[in-house]
Ligand binder design. Structure first.
Ligand code: CP
Ligand code: NVA
Length: 309
């Protein structure tokens, strides 16, 4: 059966643990090589990844390109505007055609239903490179980053500050799969989709929502935030004002566990969701987190193409 990666639960906790372990091994094995050089075993030699972007990207685009190169394969990019998708060719027909031409498809788009439709019609793996609902590839990199920095995931305490968005949905989904807890500090009116929290709670994780930023971060091992205005959302002064008490400041970080790690998927809006002293400070793992998009995506590709777990 074709292995799609639309959400983390498509892989499940055991496969995600295998992805993290494999990413750590592969990263160590290629230390010192030029970034575009292939891994010694080139497990995806001859494979091509098509990437479809209907939204902007820096990290996802570059890291998937480098990931498939390092695995011995190649990539190509279709952007929404210049492909026939932009002139109304259906997702279904695009999926059928690309399935005859490439070995895997990564798509970044607005509506999650488009990714589901792509997966329904594709006969090669479809990978979600971000939708309005979720961002599973980002969270594979986030989990890899904190594990690399010595955190045992089961039982760990994560704090989310800010908007109830796609990145939070995937963190909460990961909590259920990897058995950690999330305290969400979110102002009224910007709550996440409750489905992810319900599933994580059913799996035994503690997922709580508070309107108080200090309560959210108290004793946390990991503090995470993201932009207050995601791609496709209108800029709204009212929203920025509501979010301001949830800005990640040095004072807030002091209320987390000593040595707590700070994560941000980037791009950051310095002075909005986080201040420079935190994002550039000693607890911030953001550059490792960004680099780990490559290593995490290699594991996702290997899993989707049946070479892992
Ligand atoms: N974090 C992330 O997905 O970054 P890009 O939008 O640059 O791909
Ligand atoms: N929540 C952000 C993540 C960007 C990587 C967005 O959807 O724009």
């Amino acid at each position: 059966m074709t292995k799609h990666f639309l959400n983390l639960s498509d892989a499940g906790g055991d496969a995600i643990a295998a992805m993290i372990a494999d990413a750590i091994d592969r990263k160590a094995a290629r230390a010192g090589k030029p970034k575009g050089a292939a891994d010694a075993d080139t497990p995806l030699a001859g494979h091509t990844l098509a990437m479809i972007f209907e939204k902007n990207s820096t990290r996802t685009r570059v890291s998937f390109d480098m990931a498939i190169r390092q695995l011995g394969g190649t990539s190509l990019i279709l952007d929404g505007a210049t492909s026939q998708l932009g002139r109304g060719e259906s997702i279904a027909d695009t999926a059928r055609v690309l399935s005859r031409m490439v070995d895997a498809i990564m798509i970044r788009t607005d509506d999650h239903a488009k990714v589901e439709e792509m997966a329904h019609y594709a006969t090669v793996p479809v990978i979600n490179g971000l939708t309005d609902l979720s961002h599973p590839c980002q969270i594979v990199a986030d989990l890899l980053t904190v594990v690399e920095h010595g955190l045992a995931l089961p039982g760990s305490q994560w704090a989310w500050l800010g908007d109830g968005n796609n990145v939070l949905h995937s963190i909460v989904e990961a909590a259920g799969l990897m058995r950690f807890d999330v305290r969400m500090g979110i102002p009224h009116g910007y709550d996440p989709d409750p489905g992810f929290a319900d599933a994580a709670r059913a799996a035994g994780s503690t997922i709580t929502l508070t309107r108080d930023a200090a309560e959210a971060v108290a004793g946390a091992d990991v503090v995470v935030t993201d932009t207050w205005i995601s791609m496709g959302q209108a800029h709204a002064d009212e929203k920025l004002a509501a979010m301001m008490p949830f800005q990640v400041t040095s004072d807030l970080m002091r209320q987390a566990k000593p040595g707590a790690r700070f994560l941000h998927c980037l791009p950051a809006h310095r002075g909005e969701e986080v201040v420079d002293a935190v994002i550039d400070g000693p607890q911030s793992l953001i550059w490792d987190e960004a680099e780990n998009r490559i290593h995490g995506q290699k594991s996702v590709l290997l899993w989707a193409l049946g070479r892992l777990g």
